[in-house]
Design a protein around this ligand. Structure first.
Ligand code: NPW
Ligand code: ADP
Ligand code: K
Length: 506
């Protein structure tokens, strides 16, 4: 797992470490690591034209010291400063080895330097940044984006909120972010994550001072460790029985996709219950399903034999019959995943108290909203607010409903009231097509039915779902049905990563 910590936590750890070390040690370590990563991006350091964008704080100091190191190796380094101050010792170090330092004015000469650079280093703002970039920082970010050179962000791309990934206005778009001591949550979560490019962590010795993570990001090897085994003594009941209450006469495909997502992720048995025509269609595509025609209004029973988990809501409908069904499912003592129409029913104002039923459950519950559904569940925000600050809103919902929440979208975030948040690294715009959410609900349901704990089931399911999208057609566009063919490939890939000596970064 990759770990991320918030700014307050980083500052406290930094303070404790600095108290034991000679002054300037941490900045020296950071700048050395940064210079190494910059050098890796250049065909040759000698003669390379490097432009540093330097703000008034220590983030600028890191850039200046790294620039000095690169200038010592023969690079032509220019620093364009923004803000009221400049890190004096860093500027002096750069000048001492022939680098130039001047204030950015937006003149033609500044533009020419940026446009002619072989590498641009963004040392405008780090963890001291607050709110949208002011001028002239914003103008520098725009000019860097228009220049052809790769951009390396120091600690984080300037303009993204380190704790949330929020971007208010302009932000630097980096090809590589070199971050120090620990990852920052904003590097993992869109829109910030999308600006960070590849992220490399430089160890500055902060580790022993850091408490447990605020946010985790799994890698392939972590997923391998969480996937249920298929031991020799497995039988279909031990492997888990998943009950699926998805799809309706209007949305028959949702049932087929959810059942497929479960079967392809691996589960002992899927018991499907739904309208007769939907049942026929499920059986036509997945004859291995135990499919029972039923009227949700009358059938609160989850079918013959005992299920180990239930998926409810995808494409199911929002009439009172479906509300009865959801109520009965929530009254069970089984792990329950509530998706789509189930979430709409929960946020309805008809006084049925479905949300309270979720709060009262003692068995695990997982809500899987997209941003619009989460906004409705919370009631006092809109979709845009949720998309701007995913982590905050997913956590709020988890606290409010007392259960796990998987917020879907460009960065999938999983929150739980009693656990650090987890973000999925494998999301891809390939998933942005109708029906992919139904596949996800089946996949996560299968893991729940196999006995995987709820947060782990959610993160494994989301991880495999993203990889499946890329593997299904090698990165070409996919439909939700194609995703079903990608799932076994994603599982095989994760298992390979879990074998000793075969490491694959997620
Ligand atoms: N932690 C560690 O372990 C280590 C940390 N290190 C490094 O230190 C960095 C943190 O340095 P930092 O604290 O000096 O803050 P930093 O990010 O440079 O910016 C502060 C300045 O920005 C300004 N400013 C703020 N918002 C703005 C806006 N929207 N638009 C424009 N300006 C804005 C604000 O100006 P003011 O508002 O006060 O006028 C303030 O002066 C950290 O990211 C890492 O790189 C490493 O060297 C070693 C180990
Ligand atoms: N831009 C994107 N990047 C990554 N993943 C995305 C993106 N857009 C959508 N997704 C994923 O696609 C799925 C869509 O689910 P959902 O919104 O429920 O759609 P549907 O109801 O049509 O199935 C979710 O897993 C979501 O995380
Ligand atoms: K920066």
């Amino acid at each position: 797992m990759l770990n991320a910590h918030t700014v307050d936590v980083v500052r406290e750890a930094e303070g404790a470490l600095m108290a034991r070390l000679p002054e300037g040690t941490l900045m020296r370590r950071a700048a050395t690591g940064l210079a190494v990563e910059c050098a890796r991006l250049l065909p040759s350091v000698y003669g390379a034209r490097i432009v540093l964008m330097v703000g008034s704080g220590d983030n600028g100091g890191d850039a200046l010291y790294a620039g000095a190191g690169l200038a010592r190796r023969g690079a032509m380094v220019r620093a364009l400063t923004a803000g009221s101050r400049v890190h004096d010792a860093g500027a002096a170090a750069l000048r001492a080895v022939g680098g130039r330092v001047r204030a950015f004015t937006g003149s033609g000469a500044d533009g020419a330097d940026l446009f002619g650079a072989d590498l641009i280093v963004d040392g405008l703002l780090g963890i001291g940044g607050r709110g949208g970039l002011r001028e002239p920082h914003a103008e520098l970010a725009v000019q860097a984006a228009n220049a052809p050179a790769p951009v390396v962000a120091v600690d984080l791309p300037s303009g993204i909120d380190a704790d949330t990934g929020e971007v208010a206005g302009h932000a630097v778009r980096a090809d590589l972010t070199v971050t120090f001591g620990t990852h920052k949550p904003g590097l993992f979560i869109d829109p910030g994550s999308e600006r960070a490019g590849r992220v490399r962590l430089v160890d500055i010795g902060l580790g022993p001072e850091l408490p447990g993570s605020d946010v985790l990001r799994p890698q392939a090897v972590d997923i391998a460790g969480l996937l249920p085994g298929s031991g020799a003594e497995a039988d279909k009941y031990r492997r888990g029985v998943l009950a699926i209450r998805a799809g309706s006469d209007r949305f028959r495909g949702a049932a087929v996709l959810a059942v497929g997502g479960a079967l392809r992720t691996g589960v002992g048995m899927v018991k499907y219950g739904g309208p007769e025509r939907v049942t026929d269609q499920v059986l036509a595509r997945w004859p291995e399903t135990v499919a029972v025609p039923l009227d949700p209004r009358r059938s609160t029973d989850l079918g013959p034999g005992r299920a180990a988990a239930v998926v409810v809501g995808s494409g199911r409908g929002t009439d009172s019959g479906e509300a009865d069904e959801l109520e009965a499912v929530l009254d069970s003592d089984l792990p329950v995943l509530v998706d789509a129409d189930g979430l709409t029913l929960m946020s309805g104002k008809d006084g049925r108290g479905l949300a309270d039923r979720v709060r009262d459950r003692s068995a695990p519950t997982l809500l899987t909203p997209h941003a619009g559904e989460l906004a409705r569940l919370l009631g006092d925000v809109d979709r845009g607010d949720v998309e701007a600050r995913r982590l905050e809103h997913a956590r709020r919902a988890a606290r409010s409903f007392g259960c796990a929440v998987l917020l879907k979208g460009s960065t999938t975030v999983i929150a739980h009231p009693d656990a650090p948040a987890v973000v999925n690294p494998t999301g891809t715009p390939l998933l942005a097509s109708a029906g992919t959410g139904d596949v996800l609900s089946g996949a996560v349901g299968a893991l729940l039915a196999s006995g995987v704990p709820v947060v782990e089931a959610a993160l494994c399911g989301a991880y495999l779902h993203g990889r499946a999208a890329r593997l299904a057609h090698g990165g070409a566009p996919i439909s939700a049905s194609d995703l079903l063919d990608g799932l076994p490939l994603a599982i095989a890939e994760a298992r390979r990563a879990g074998r000793p000596g075969d490491h694959h970064e997620g």
